[in-house]
Design a protein around this ligand. Structure first.
Ligand code: HEM
Length: 512
């Protein structure tokens, strides 16, 4: 055996066995979709199908939809995921069978302190928390918060007016990000961090940081899930601990200062939950008998409010500005609607804002092209057959919203920004399961109505003062990036022109 250098035969046998086990484990789960007769890209050992068709996962979904149709299989490392883009199946998954088979999203491991947040909670716990939070998002309550939102939209326009000279190039997120996080902080726990004037302050820093999920950790868990119990035992969390700790300390302090009766009248999210705080949570009873929220659950929901609302609303505003700058005729029509609804820059009123039809179409069309959440997900609790396709127990179903919104059979000229798709006459022809910027069914976006007010208000107030225009630094077309929520590889930069310097036809006055 002299041709086998260094090691003994036993050592070689052990090494080869380990190698074979390593390879077998890396491929073990990859036959699932072949057995189900579902097409999809070929996975690479351990790595799965990441980056096979495009490095940006939601652009890969567009490529997969073109190649494989409306149902395909992919692998996130070793985990099989079924992509479903068929509107009939989506109705069944998201609405009809939500409570029986598809109640939960993925079970996000190592979510630590946030595991009882409404978007991560499961089954009866999720239902209890969601039912407790829902009244806060009623139209009446949102209207009550309009004054707080207006306080921040005013600060946004004042800040733009003081910091931006006519025709300056602006990184849109630098203004819409702080506006969004300040609205969330004020409506969630009445803390005004004034991020608009303090853009490196702790609230915005930690709210942005919450999304910095450790890639290394995700890869380790994806390839070797058996390490999970050990990591859990060691208290490892996928959310940056410094940021979850910041929110915990802040909220404990705010909550601790609120124990008198007077505070019960405060209209913020934290107080709403405190009014439902249960004193019986530590008594033995099953989940169905419980109601209200525990102390820990209250802190998690308040953190998640900022987490779920900040980046999504800010990105919706940034892409709206981009779409308007690149489609000046749409912007002009919108300006006309704004000026006729609120003549002479009159203060924005809630009812009138909500009745603006063209504004609504513009926002909807922008969220079609750039939905803040590019994918939805649900996990099958049991094996179920839908439209002849078997979805095995524990299979994760992924709904590629970005790809669905750009399906040329559902949306003619899918890349074009055409708000009239959502006009009064046209919108009744839209199948609701082909347009999902806020998801659908009992587990849809809890903050949808709230978010639409936050976005529309800021857009109208900014457009009462400025118009957006493309400049040399505007990237066209945009290069997208693979982040948790939709984003671009480089920040979106636009030119802002003050309204007094814009003529009726939208041209800049005094331009050479
Ligand atoms: C333009 C802004 C926003 C967009 C595009 C958006 C979109 C979404 C989407 C797509 C989902 C998943 C729905 C599903 O799985 O069917 C979701 C869930 C959620 N969103 Fe939003 N969202 C926005 C703003 C907000 C805001 C401002 C809040 C809170 C104030 C919020 C709170 C939530 C919560 C709590 C969930 C989880 C609901 C549950 O699991 O029951 N969102 N959002």
């Amino acid at each position: 055996m002299g041709f086998l250098p260094f090691f003994s035969l036993e050592t070689w046998t052990l090494l080869i066995t380990c190698f074979c086990l390593f390879v077998t484990y890396g491929y073990w789960s990859y036959g699932v979709f072949e057995k189900l007769g579902i097409p999809g890209p070929k996975p690479v050992m351990y790595w799965g199908t990441f980056g096979r068709l495009n490095k940006v996962y939601y652009l890969a979904d567009v490529a997969c939809a073109q190649k494989y149709g409306r149902v395909w299989g992919l692998y996130e490392f070793r985990t099989p995921v079924m992509a479903v883009m068929d509107p009939d199946m989506l109705k069944t998954i998201l609405v009809k069978e939500c409570f029986t088979y598809f109640t939960n999203r993925r079970n996000l491991p190592l979510s630590g302190d946030l595991s009882d947040g409404v978007s991560l909670a499961e089954n009866d716990q999720w239902r209890r928390i969601r039912n407790t939070l829902s009244p806060f998002f009623s139209s009446g309550h949102i209207k009550e918060m309009f004054g707080i939102m207006k306080h921040h939209s005013k600060k946004l326009t004042l800040s733009l007016r003081s910091k931006v000279q006519d025709g300056d190039t602006v990184t849109m997120k630098d203004f819409f990000g702080p506006y969004s996080v300040d609205v969330m902080g004020s409506c969630a726990f009445s803390v005004d961090m004034d991020s608009i004037n303090n853009p490196t302050g702790p609230l915005i820093t930690h709210a942005s940081n919450l999304f910095n999920i450790s890639k290394l950790l995700v890869i380790a868990i994806g390839c070797f899930p058996f390490v999970l119990p050990l990591l859990d035992l060691l208290g490892v969390s996928i959310f940056p601990k410094s940021s979850t700790a910041y929110f915990k300390t802040l909220l404990e302090k705010v909550k601790g200062e609120r124990n008198d009766v007077l505070n019960q009248k405060l209209g913020d999210f934290l107080q709403h939950m405190m009014n439902y705080q249960s004193t019986k949570m530590h008594e033995p009873m099953n989940e169905k008998q419980r109601n209200g929220l525990t102390e820990h659950e209250i802190l998690s929901q308040a953190t998640l409010f900022v987490f779920a609302g900040y980046e999504t609303s800010a990105s919706a505003l940034v892409f709206l500005a981009y779409n308007l700058a690149t489609n000046p005729e749409v912007m002009q029509r919108l300006l006309r609607e704004i000026d006729s609804t609120f003549p002479n820059k009159a203060p924005v009123q809630y009812e009138a804002l909500m009745k603006m039809e063209y504004l609504d179409s513009v926002v909807k069309e922008s969220l079609r092209l750039y939905p803040s959440a590019t994918r939805l997900e649900r996990t099958a609790r049991e094996t179920v057959k839908i439209n002849g396709i078997t979805i095995p127990k524990e299979m994760m179903v992924m709904i590629p919203v970005f790809a669905l919104h750009r399906d040329p059979e559902l949306w003619p000229e899918p890349e074009a920004f055409k708000p009239d798709r959502f006009s009064k006459e046209n919108k009744q022809n839209i199948n609701p399961y082909t347009y999902l910027p806020f998801g659908a069914g009992p587990r849809n976006c809890l903050g949808m109505r709230f978010a639409l007010v936050v976005v529309k208000l800021a857009l109208v107030e900014v457009l009462q003062n400025f118009v957006f225009s493309v400049c040399e630094e505007t990237e066209i077309p945009l290069q997208m990036a693979a982040t948790t929520f939709i984003s671009t590889a480089r920040p979106i930069k636009l030119k802002l022109v003050t309204r007094s310097n814009v003529s009726e036809n939208g041209e800049k006055k005094n331009e050479e």
